[in-house]
Design a protein around this ligand. Structure first.
Ligand code: FES
Length: 100
């Protein structure tokens, strides 16, 4: 669902840092392109990874528009989408609600 939120990113600021500076929460963990927690999608615009493609994203995924916001820098105006993390690999169990 589009939120219409707009924020600015400096040329030397990752998209994640720029979003957080604007109080827009993008999930993250490692901040180093290794975990995929910050994965999202760019629908419009161009990003750059100055240190090369991070390990948590393949070139095929990048070609489909997926991006790791912790390592990507905006190189034009962007329209982005946050992706919900896939928790299916974890057994989250059921909450113990006691005697309710
Ligand atoms: S926060 Fe881990 S890949 Fe971005």
């Amino acid at each position: 669902m589009p939120t219409g939120q707009i924020f600015k990113a400096a040329a030397n600021q990752t998209i994640l840092d720029a979003a957080h500076a604007a109080n827009i929460l993008i999930p993250y963990s490692c901040r180093g392109g290794q975990c995929g927690s910050c994965r999202g999608r760019v629908h419009q615009g161009k990003v750059e990874y100055p240190d090369g493609l991070p390990s948590a994203i393949t070139s095929a995924e990048a070609a489909e528009g997926y991006v790791l916001f912790c390592s990507a820098y905006a190189r034009s105006n962007l329209t982005i989408e946050l992706c919900r993390p896939d928790l299916s690999q974890f057994d989250l169990g059921r909450p113990d609600l006691g005697d309710v």
